[in-house]
Design a binder for this molecule. Structure first.
Ligand SMILES: [Zn+2]
Length: 340
């Protein structure tokens, strides 16, 4: 059955190329939310029924939060990716969509295997309000856009850092995140923000053990960050195993451009100090997904959040190669079982 479906995929791609009707993202510039969403719709139209686009919920300003699923065969385990939960990190959605595009279109045997043997989910823009605001008003915006109810000398303060608002060990960070006007505000309580509730509701509908890997794509610093963020006194039960899998990413991602990814608990490595209430700790700690990581893409701070668009293609290659290495390592560890 899957050979037929693969043939269908490739036939469709060939048809699209012959007709010259490839539209959408090009990964030579940073695209806005509408362009990314149009690309999702294009992929669904071209690859249906293997590709499905979902609206998993709505942001505070009522923008849809969209997810794309690729499933070639029943019985696959799932790999879940999200990006741009931090609005400022444009490279995260550029690279994650480019990676998915590689999965759908590449003739590389490794990627064809990944496409067939696993279900793939991607939420390319977890924070659509912040992302739009970053494109239209303030390139440096990080949080969502819900008013906090507080003001300072500049006026009302907007936004919660969504990746500090999840209800797992919330507010355990040693780093102060409780100023409602601050860049990293963790919210007035855990799980207050509509964007992360939409993600949680979407994930909660799946059977336990369906999602085996969760990757939160961020920038910058070149890290593969593992649970936990809130403490370095305690490490996850399968921390050593997760480290070997993370190293699979790093070993593959370094090859083409010599970009070195450091792997370890985010409490140990994250440059902003301890982090609590983030997505990876929630998915690991609450949903028991056995591998969860935050991948911090380029760079090491030269350009920082303003990474030039002419680096998107190389970062996409690093992410793609890294994912192939990571999944091979997860299969070696028997954390993933390919549906062959
Ligand atoms: Zn981030």
């Amino acid at each position: 059955m899957f050979i037929v479906r693969l043939f269908l995929f490739k036939s469709l791609v060939a048809l699209i190329l012959v007709n010259g009707t490839v539209v959408g993202l090009e990964w030579t510039e940073y695209h806005n939310l509408d362009e990314i969403y149009e690309w999702l719709s294009d992929m669904e139209a071209k690859f249906s029924p293997l590709v499905t686009v979902y609206t998993i919920g709505y942001s505070y300003e009522n923008r849809p939060i969209k997810a794309i699923k690729v499933s070639s065969r029943p019985g696959n385990q799932a790999i879940f990716i999200e990006s741009n939960i931090h609005a400022i990190e444009w490279i995260s959605s550029a690279a994650s969509t480019c990676f998915l595009n590689n999965l759908l279109h590449s003739n590389d045997k490794n990627l064809e295997d990944l496409l067939l043997r696993y279900d793939w989910f991607l939420v390319p823009v977890m924070n659509p309000d912040g992302f739009a605001y970053s494109h239209e008003i303030n390139r440096w915006w990080r949080k969502n856009r819900k008013p906090t109810g507080f003001s300072n000398e500049t006026g009302p303060c907007y936004g919660t850092d969504l990746n500090r608002n999840f209800n797992y060990e919330w507010k355990k960070s040693d780093f102060p995140l409780n100023d409602p006007c601050d860049h990293w505000y963790h919210g007035s309580a855990p799980n207050t923000e509509p964007e992360i509730l939409a993600l949680q509701n979407f994930i909660n509908q799946f059977e336990d053990s369906y999602i085996r890997l969760y990757l939160a794509i961020h920038a910058y610093g070149n890290f593969v960050l593992l649970p936990y963020g809130h403490t370095i006194e305690i490490f996850p039960p399968n921390y050593d195993q997760m480290m070997r899998i993370a190293q699979g990413f790093a070993d593959a991602a370094v090859i083409k451009y010599n970009t070195t990814f450091k792997c370890g608990a985010s409490g140990l490595l994250n440059h902003s100090g301890y982090v609590s209430g983030d997505a990876k700790d929630w998915i690991y700690g609450v949903k028991n997904v056995p591998f969860a990581a935050t991948i911090e893409l380029r760079d090491n701070g030269g350009y920082g959040f303003l990474l030039p668009a002419d680096q998107i293609a190389e970062v996409c290659t690093e992410l793609t190669d890294g994912m192939v290495g990571l999944i091979k390592a997860a299969e070696m560890e028997r954390l993933l079982t390919p549906n062959i």
